[in-house]
Design a protein around this ligand. Structure first.
Ligand SMILES: NC(=O)c1ccc[n+]([C@@H]2O[C@H](COP(=O)([O-])OP(=O)(O)OC[C@H]3O[C@@H](n4cnc5c(N)ncnc54)[C@H](OP(=O)(O)O)[C@@H]3O)[C@@H](O)[C@H]2O)c1
Length: 302
């Protein structure tokens, strides 16, 4: 396998950091982008230890189109982009402050647009390359108390589909959306929160490494849409085919399966800036039967 150059956006934590590790193991050259220099430097060290051809750190906010463009212009060749940057806000729509609501949409939707706007002309000029966008099953269903995030993921799914269509004219330029269900990453604890209780991934919970594998595999075997998560088809089916049943169940189930029991003071989380101390690959919740039972019974965290 020849080494590729891959830009990983959102490389300092969770799925993006796991993807950087996996790309490093095959000797790829990596450009690692997010807002936290400290967490990125740590990720770059991990990647070098795993065999990366090179690991370059770019500290940038995806909301800053010029900074994103400078990162892309800084590489000689770009074989792929894994865009994994994203933030969450919990709370009823009217309880989430405007700056936080807007911040989620600016990061998750306009940030992805900034990345694609800079990367696609490079891929098209080369006549090959893959843009992988990390979407979510929440881009296909609705849940209460996560309006900004859900709206952003519906937008990201349509954005990916639009870009896939617009780039059909160049056979080897592909745009893929990877849609995970619940994944054990720090995103839940990093989230802005106006609900009074922290979020958690609803069972069944996948590992960030599993989702990263799907994203990395999409570079070699691109498909428009890749779903990761055993319960995703069931959720999509219920949402589309039995909307009344879905709506009646999703509220009570969200309170039990998607929220921790302990109280939490209102916070803007990492929406406006990074919370470096929390950044790592996995949050350590486990993915086994014990987690499913604990989530369903609402008992304990791990
Ligand atoms: N975890 C799940 O259950 C789950 C499920 C479905 C989909 N997803 C999606 O998967 C993607 C990765 O999430 P994750 O779970 O791995 O979360 P995570 O561990 O919190 O990682 C998010 C990454 O995005 C970066 N980021 C956030 N805002 C940014 C900004 N404005 N500019 C540049 N980088 C920014 C963060 O770094 P800095 O804060 O240092 O910038 C971090 O590297 C997201 O799009 C998320 O929506 C996650």
């Amino acid at each position: 396998m020849s080494a590729r150059t891959v830009l990983v956006v959102g490389a300092s934590s969770g799925i993006g950091r796991a993807a950087a590790h996996q790309l490093a193991e095959r000797g790829d050259h990596l450009v690692l982008l997010s807002r936290s220099r400290e967490a990125l430097e740590e990720t770059a060290r991990e990647c070098r230890l795993r065999g990366a051809g090179s690991a370059t750190v770019v500290v940038a906010d995806v909301r800053d189109a010029e900074a994103v463009d400078a990162a892309v212009r800084g590489v000689n060749r770009l074989d792929a982009v894994i865009h994994s940057a994203g933030v969450v806000a919990y709370g009823r729509f009217e309880d989430v402050p405007k700056d936080v609501y807007d911040g989620v949409l600016e990061t998750n939707v306009l940030g992805a647009a900034n990345v694609a706007r800079s990367a696609l002309p490079v891929l098209r000029a080369q006549k090959e390359g893959v843009l992988v966008l990390i979407g979510s099953v929440l881009g296909e269903i609705a849940v209460p108390n996560m309006t900004a995030y859900v709206v952003s993921k519906w937008a990201l799914r349509s954005f990916g589909r639009q870009l896939a269509i617009e780039n059909r004219d160049v056979k080897d330029v592909r745009v893929c959306v990877v849609a995970p269900g619940g994944v054990d990453t720090p995103i839940y604890r990093q989230a802005a929160n106006y609900l009074g209780r922290p979020g958690r991934p609803p069972a069944p919970v996948d590992s960030p490494e599993k989702v990263a594998r799907a994203a990395v595999r999409a570079i070699d075997h691109p498909r428009d849409r890749i779903s990761v998560g055993l319960a995703n088809p069931l959720m999509r089916f219920g949402f589309r085919r039995m909307p009344r049943v879905f709506d009646a169940l999703v509220g009570p189930m969200f309170g039990v399966a998607a929220l921790e029991p302990e109280p939490l003071a209102a916070t803007t989380g990492n929406v406006h800036g990074p919370v470096t101390a929390r950044e790592r690959v996995a949050d350590g919740r486990g993915q086994g039967v014990g987690t499913v039972v604990r989530n369903l019974t609402g008992r304990g965290r791990r």
